[in-house]
Design a protein around this ligand. Structure first.
Ligand SMILES: [Zn+2]
Length: 279
């Protein structure tokens, strides 16, 4: 069983027009090819012809057991911002399984007081809050706001809320490891550590960074989750990278799917078993 807890259906090539339905088709084709049983789709902090609104994504996937949807919040950027009442309804109705925040991209600190209302909703429905941490794909973003150490503040102040450090805080792996080690309500995904496919030297470099984190924080199966950031990173290259971590079987199974299944309440019984993570 393999769950990819971090994919997008945005079109990142703004010179082409590609409807979200086409990207969704490519997502399923890639999942089948690599043996991913379930994918968690994160919507953007922007809505544009290239980045569908969460309602459109819900409509697109319906109640497909292979997909969970996480709502990306538009909190500070230009244009219409997320209406928290509507977001809460989507969470209450089970259409959305979690919240994604993009503090670097939208230039706010993750410990900003304005976010309290969001954390209260997450706590009330026990859905995770995923946070982009570390390097930003856009040069217009402010990377200081995406530092993983800031997540410690909210992990302490909102102990009943579960947070996910996306991308392991790359390149602040040691800070991310400390936040994870200290806080049982913080999780992390290993997604987005490369753009496209890993090349050999860089893959070895990243494998070592993740091994160093695990050495420091202890049992990685408790908090780490498999994710890719597809289509920004390739699914095949990522599975190879994951296998390169050479983890013990139990930790590997937990990272590959068990921890994500629990956190996002994914009904794994409804999934046809694909290839295992070790294949
Ligand atoms: Zn992402």
């Amino acid at each position: 069983m393999l769950i990819d807890c971090h994919v997008h259906i945005n079109n990142y090539d703004s010179n082409t027009h590609k409807p979200a339905s086409e990207t969704a088709g490519e997502l399923f084709a890639n999942m089948a090819r690599v043996g991913v049983d379930h994918a968690v789709v994160l919507t953007s902090y922007q809505v544009s012809p290239h980045r569908p609104h969460v309602d459109e994504v819900i409509e697109l996937f319906g109640d497909d057991p292979r997909i969970s949807i996480i709502e990306g919040l538009r909190w500070r950027g230009e244009g219409e911002r997320t209406d928290l009442f509507r977001m809460e309804e989507r969470i209450r109705d089970g259409l959305v399984k979690g919240i994604k925040l993009y503090p670097g991209y939208e230039n706010y600190a993750i410990n900003d007081a304005s976010l309290e209302a969001i954390f209260h909703i997450a706590g009330k429905y026990d859905v995770p809050v995923m946070i982009h941490t570390g390097d930003t794909y856009a040069t217009r973003a402010k990377v200081r706001q995406a530092h993983p150490l800031l997540v410690d503040d909210i992990a302490v102040d909102f102990p009943n809320v579960k947070f996910v450090l996306c991308h392991l805080g790359n390149p602040w792996f040691q800070d991310a490891a400390q936040v994870l080690y200290k806080n049982d309500n913080v999780y992390a995904d290993i997604s987005g550590l490369t753009l496209g496919d890993f090349h050999y030297e860089f893959e070895r470099y990243m494998v070592q960074r993740v091994k160093d984190m695990i050495m420091y924080m202890g049992d990685p199966g408790k908090q780490l989750m498999y994710g890719t950031d597809w289509p920004l990173a390739g699914m095949g290259t990522y599975l190879k990278f994951f296998n390169g971590l050479e983890l013990p079987d139990e930790a590997k199974e937990n990272i590959a799917w068990r921890t994500a299944a629990r956190l996002f309440r994914i009904n794994t019984d409804a999934l046809a078993p694909g290839k295992t993570a070790s294949s």
